[in-house]
Design a protein around this ligand. Structure first.
Ligand code: ZN
Length: 411
């Protein structure tokens, strides 16, 4: 359903105004979760939301809900859209902020045109999405949906030893509304892609059909330390040579499976001395795929091949699972509505998976959920150079607004 035209210029100005909060000299933003800068950004949002006619509620985990009342207030669960305002320590101007302000632009546009919805609309700001300061990304949305206990979150510590629970209170992030208890009819999140696919394809709108699953495996390879001089090349048991084979194998196997990712980004070499054949290497293998069966298969293949190569080299090995999350498929009806909205506006559109985690991943367990992506310059994010065009920002907000109206109409 085509709604009134969103004001792309106003949205762009709001993005640039929000970027002044915690601005860094290189054009980026630093509003780490639960800091004074985070609070300052949230205060700006609350002021704008109230000016747009929303009633603002903040829950005890610090999630902000700015409610635009519909005609049937109280009768229907709300349609929600949003994202996050916290950033990486060296973050950009669009990650998270775009999704929050695009949702706010939807409300501003409806107010300007006197359009009421049947369901209330909630513009949501989830607390601590980045997990950069406190090591639990999306903790706000995870607490809201029950995937994480707030008492557990409160005990998290940052690098300086400060407690999450104390910082929630000290910087005025926590509100007094109880957690949860807000039934949502659907949740939509607009976001920059944080990857290069849409830009490469000259696509304006990405309909995100899910978030890929991932597994982190620690692999310890055991060889024998030996003097680099007297030890002949034949018969060495060089653990680093085994690790090099693992890196190559994982890369080659992932290249042969569509949509697979395999990365070794962490490597400890022992004893890490220039005249010693390395006797032990610890590495972390990161495997990802949007499909659970394919992820299982990728994992089994990579492990079996690595074990074969390491055994042939006379090396010992041990695997340990560190962490993982299953793939999260988004709601088919929400995805179809996003796609129809994009096409009806004449925007180029394609379906893709998210390579990164998002609050929508937690919401998907609780309510019909989907995301839309817009391109970002060179696929770069978590970087002061993060950038998107005013045209794409405006298109994303328009598709979000049209889709919210369609879901409201169809409910
Ligand atoms: Zn984000």
């Amino acid at each position: 359903m085509r709604g009134p035209a969103a004001d792309g210029d106003r949205l762009w100005r709001s993005l640039m105004d929000m970027a002044l909060v915690g601005a860094t000299p290189d054009g980026g933003c630093r509003r780490e979760a639960l800091t004074a800068e985070d609070r300052a950004g949230r205060d700006v949002f609350v002021r704008w939301a109230e000016e747009a006619g929303c009633d603002v509620t903040i829950d005890v985990a610090g999630n902000i809900f700015a409610r635009w009342a519909g005609d049937g207030e109280g009768a229907a669960p709300a349609l929600a859209a949003g994202s996050h305002l916290d950033t990486q320590p060296n973050g950009g101007r669009f990650d998270g902020v775009f999704g929050v302000l695009a949702a706010l632009e939807a409300v501003r546009t409806l107010r300007d045109h006197g359009v009421r919805t049947r369901a209330p609309l909630d513009v949501v700001v989830w607390a601590n999405e980045e997990g950069a300061r406190f090591p639990w990304s999306c903790s706000g949305s995870a607490c809201f949906t029950g995937a994480l206990a707030l008492d557990e979150a409160r005990e998290l510590r940052d690098a300086a030893g400060l407690r999450y629970g104390d910082e929630l209170v000290r910087n005025g992030i926590a509100g007094d509304a109880p957690l949860g208890g807000r039934p949502l009819a659907a949740y939509l999140e607009a976001h920059i892609e944080q990857g290069p696919v849409l830009e490469r394809h000259h696509t304006t709108i990405g309909v995100v059909t899910g978030i890929q699953g991932y597994r982190w495996w620690e692999l310890v390879i055991e060889g024998v330390d030996a003097h680099a001089g007297p030890t002949p090349m034949e018969g060495r048991r060089d653990a680093l040579l085994g690790a090099a084979a693992v890196v190559q194998l994982a890369n080659r196997l992932a290249l042969s499976v569509p949509n697979a990712r395999a990365t070794v980004g962490e490597l400890d070499v022992h004893p890490n001395a220039h005249s010693v054949v390395p006797g032990r290497v610890r590495l972390v293998l990161d495997l990802r795929h949007p499909d659970l069966e394919a992820l299982d298969h990728l994992q089994a293949t990579v492990r079996a091949e690595c074990e074969r190569v390491l055994s042939e080299a006379g090396l010992g090995f041990g695997w340990r699972s560190l962490y993982g999350r299953p793939p999260i498929p988004f709601d088919g009806r929400c995805c179809a509505a996003l796609e129809a909205a994009a096409r009806s506006r004449g925007y180029t559109c394609e379906r893709l998976y998210s390579g990164a985690g998002h609050d929508a991943g937690f919401l998907a367990a609780a309510t019909p959920t989907a995301m839309l992506f817009i391109p970002c310059e060179n696929g770069i994010s978590h970087n002061p150079a993060e950038s998107a065009t005013p045209e794409h920002v405006s298109a994303g907000a328009q598709v979000l607004l049209d889709t919210l109206l369609e879901l409201d109409h169809a409910s």
